[in-house]
Design a protein around this ligand. Sequence first.
Ligand SMILES: Cc1cc2nc3c(=O)[nH]c(=O)nc-3n(C[C@H](O)[C@H](O)[C@H](O)COP(=O)(O)OP(=O)(O)OC[C@H]3O[C@@H](n4cnc5c(N)ncnc54)[C@H](O)[C@@H]3O)c2cc1C
Ligand code: SF4
Ligand code: SF4
Length: 508
Amino acid sequence: PVLSTIRHFREEYEQHIKYKKCPASVCQALFRSPCQNACPAEVDVPGYIYLISQKKYDKAVALIRERNPFVAVSGRVCNHPCETKCRRQDTDESLAIRDLKRFAADYLLINNGGYPLPTIKPKNGKKVAVVGSGPAGLTCAYHLARMGYEVTVFEALPVAGGMLAVGIPSYRLPKDILKKEIAEIEKIGVKIKTGIKVGQDVTFDTLFKEGYKAIFVATGAHKDLELGIEGEDMENVMGAVNFLRQANLGKINKVKGRVAVVGGGNAAIDAARTALRLGADEVSIVYRRRREDMPAHPEEIIQAGKEGIRIHFLTNPVRLIGENSKVKKMICVRMELGEFDSSGRRRPLPVEGSEFEMRVDYVIRAIGQNPDLSFITDNLNLQVGRNGTLSVNRDNLFTGINGIFAGGDLVSGPSTVIEAIRDGIKAAISIDRYLGGKGIIEEKIREEEGIDKVKPPQENIEVQPRVKKLNRRSAIDIRTFCEVETGYTEEEARKEACRCLRCDLQLE
Ligand SMILES: Cc1cc2nc3c(=O)[nH]c(=O)nc-3n(C[C@H](O)[C@H](O)[C@H](O)COP(=O)(O)OP(=O)(O)OC[C@H]3O[C@@H](n4cnc5c(N)ncnc54)[C@H](O)[C@@H]3O)c2cc1C
Ligand code: SF4
Ligand code: SF4
């Protein structure tokens, strides 16, 4: 039994022994609070919630930015693993940790004209290059700039932000909010050069010759997977990431007729809702498993349904038929679930004789992405792992080639914004150590604000469900890209903040 627990829970054991971390938030001696422990960026959740309850919104944002520079972004699109571990669930409902973050960020960006500057060490004269301006790259650049490095980010596209700018649609993450948050990163000296594809416009060799002492590569996973069926090379058949990129860059601004999206993740829902907003008459999603198996966020699936998008569950395309090289029909089969596969889910199998056709004008494939490794030139001996991801030492993100580190989706495969931010922090620490520093990210607001010294009043602990947002939009216009989800008002946010049990104090 001992050997089999080691085999099955190897990662858990490693986390405890190597990193003194308890991912399940059970070993209380190993963490300050379960929410902070569950946040990949280790944001001081009870600390910023306390500061919001005290109306100290600037300090709350400054505390979050000691770890995570994307406060307004995370406040909107983070998959919030912290909330699933919130101890308040034992009494009523978890804290609205993500919404509180959004409130504080928006309050400063909209009412105060920006964030307070973080602590920045004097310049140390060393240059670092970052390849890719997604959340991993920009987080690494932000922390290195705070440590005194001169950082330049090279971005292939004409805009900065990675999937935040060209993947996630603006009805979920408004472009002006993203731009403001990126401007806050530039404010501390990070230079972003767009329209430069590393490997093509400039090589790694040239970057080292230009004096960059280390390079962090965070180029994401932008290559859409193919369905592998007949007719896929026809016009109007495209990958979801490609479709969303073109829509976000304004290169596709009209979609006519019937759209079928194949897949069940967030990219599928985003592509479907974007097609609707670009004028499609009818949008359907085709997914080979059941609703409960869909990897997309449940709230997004509900929103898609409300907007009139129909989801065909247990359905899979087998062939595309066109006229004049344009797709016109998608032949599908019904599926049934068989034995469990290696992912722990039941394998979908085609039902014999169940073929039927759907009339379509566009087919969007949203069945996953791989990294594009075309940046690997200069005879770089980088190691490629599973699904075309880059292999690194997971402890320090070192690629094995002197001075080159890598992280984010490029290394993990398609993941989440907050996991990319975690890699950005890890890379900054490793690069600083590699260049002779101590690899320390300065955090002092908790102490300065005396957060440890204040216990929550008894009434905060009484049963009180999560504060609902009352300023909901009365109607959502599915023909515009206006933000769908609203934020807390100041009064609601402060009331919600007062529900926090301050688990950080009980555990210390
Ligand atoms: C449609 C969609 C919706 C999503 N929604 C969510 C969500 O709601 N919540 C969530 O947590 N996650 C979501 N994700 C996942 C999340 O966006 C990614 O996990 C995250 O952005 C990865 O960050 P990254 O920095 O590793 O890479 P990216 O954000 O992909 O950024 C990589 C950047 O590198 C650039 N680049 C590539 N090659 C080069 C080169 N050779 N030279 C220079 N630059 C280069 C790219 O142009 C890009 O800008 C979504 C993903 C998609 C596709
Ligand atoms: S960044 Fe995400 S995981 Fe971390 S505390 Fe905020 S909502 Fe939770
Ligand atoms: S009650 Fe507060 S401190 Fe405790 S887990 Fe929830 S958010 Fe974190």
